[in-house]
Design a protein around this ligand. Structure first.
Ligand SMILES: C[S@@+](CC[C@H](N)C(=O)[O-])C[C@H]1O[C@@H](n2cnc3c(N)ncnc32)[C@H](O)[C@@H]1O
Length: 365
């Protein structure tokens, strides 16, 4: 006999409770990020010369608008899970082991980062890090990151640092590629196990993890220039059920794949870190490796044209973080670049601090 206390996981009451837990948790991540940034800036300013960043305070109406966009992102994320784009469990995927192991390391790393930022040292790598064979634009301490993208420590801290920077919204923003991908791929009538999907500049594998949860039978590939980020991705993805994505060290400007191979290509938070010419090269490569009828989805920062009210924030981002290509990126016409590469049926969306391009290679799968 069934207990009268049994909980139906699909009941509206349980769903409503889960939604409140999710919202509450996202808000607490937001406050945690804010508290971390405020406290660390105050403490470091006491002990070391302040960073001359020329950042400007944000007007209260902009802060209110940002809060509303934050809420909207969380709502959309919940609704996409509820309508089955991806499992609800993804919303609660938090790498706690990493948090407890590496959050203290973030604090130890801060004085060194602060000093590098203050002294405008942007190209520093620890002895022993191999820096040959990388494009020169890549050999930077992007966002003052110790060792750029080229050490295990950097790979271990990256996800946490991004979570703090975006107040816990990095994963919800990444997940916004999943709806368009699923919709475009459904139209192809391919069986789930036939799908081949590539994530460009996969970093530590957060997007691949979301892709695996959404396309459980697809063949997944991920490429990145950083050997240490790929190692981290491998560690994290190998804890997942399902087939392990194939990871390959490669420049997204020269992909080691056959023409017309993949059904979908994704790229998350890469384009703002590329000079203009490299952006075009990556788009051309995505076009080349996609099958006719295949879909390319880009997620990156919002741009000036869509979100003029965010101009002070974009200025601050350039001033505070070392992001040498961001200023050009926010005015770059990626639609034009996509069209020049041959893509058709372009769509764009924005969610919170991110913009999305969904482009289709002409033809049919
Ligand atoms: C801001 S991180 C984004 C990583 C990941 N997609 C995410 O969502 O967190 C940028 C990534 O792009 C990689 N990258 C930068 N330029 C690249 C290039 N030309 N080819 C391949 N990877 C590149 C870096 O190694 C890094 O992992």
């Amino acid at each position: 006999m069934q207990s009268s206390f049994a909980v139906d996981p699909y009941s509206p009451a349980v769903a409503a409770l889960a939604k409140q837990v999710y919202r509450g948790f996202q808000w607490s991540k937001n406050y945690f990020g804010l508290a971390h940034k405020t406290l660390s800036t105050r403490l470091l300013s006491l002990a070391m010369p302040p960073i001359d960043s020329k950042s400007k305070p944000l007007p209260p109406e902009l802060l209110a608008w940002i809060q509303q966009q934050f809420d909207q992102l969380i709502e959309t994320d919940w609704q996409d899970a509820e309508r089955g784009v991806y499992p609800t469990s993804l919303l609660f995927d938090n790498p706690w082991d990493d948090f407890f192991r590496f959050y203290p390391v973030i604090w130890f790393d801060l004085p060194e980062m602060w000093q590098r930022a203050n002294q405008k040292r942007y190209h520093e790598f620890a002895d022993g890090i191999q820096t040959s064979d990388y494009p020169s634009y890549y050999l930077q301490n992007f966002h003052h990151q110790t060792d750029g993208y080229l050490s295990d420590t950097s790979a271990n801290l990256y996800d946490l640092q991004v979570e703090i920077l975006f107040g816990g919204t990095a994963d919800p923003m990444r997940r916004r590629i999943l709806g368009p991908l699923k919709q475009e791929l459904k139209a192809t009538a391919l069986a789930p196990h036939q799908l081949k999907i590539l994530d460009l500049a996969c970093g530590t594998g957060r997007t691949l993890k979301q892709l695996r949860a959404t396309f459980s039978q697809a063949a997944l590939c991920g490429t990145d220039l950083s050997p240490t980020y790929l190692r981290k991705a491998n560690q994290s993805l190998s804890q997942n059920p399902g087939e392990l994505p194939q990871l390959l060290q490669a420049n997204a400007e020269a992909l080691p794949y056959l023409d017309n191979y993949f059904h979908a290509v994704s790229s998350v938070f890469l384009f703002h870190e590329l000079p203009a010419e490299a952006r075009q090269n990556v788009i051309n490569q995505a076009f080349r490796v996609l099958q006719p009828g295949g879909v390319f989805v880009i997620c990156d920062s919002v741009q000036a044209i869509d979100s003029p009210q965010l101009a002070p924030m974009m200025e601050n981002f350039t001033a505070i973080f070392h992001e040498p290509y961001y200023r050009h990126y926010v005015t770059d016409d990626l639609n034009l670049r996509l069209t020049e590469a041959g893509f058709a049926k372009l769509e764009t969306q924005t969610h919170f601090m991110s913009k999305y391009w969904v482009a289709r290679k002409p033809g049919s799968i």
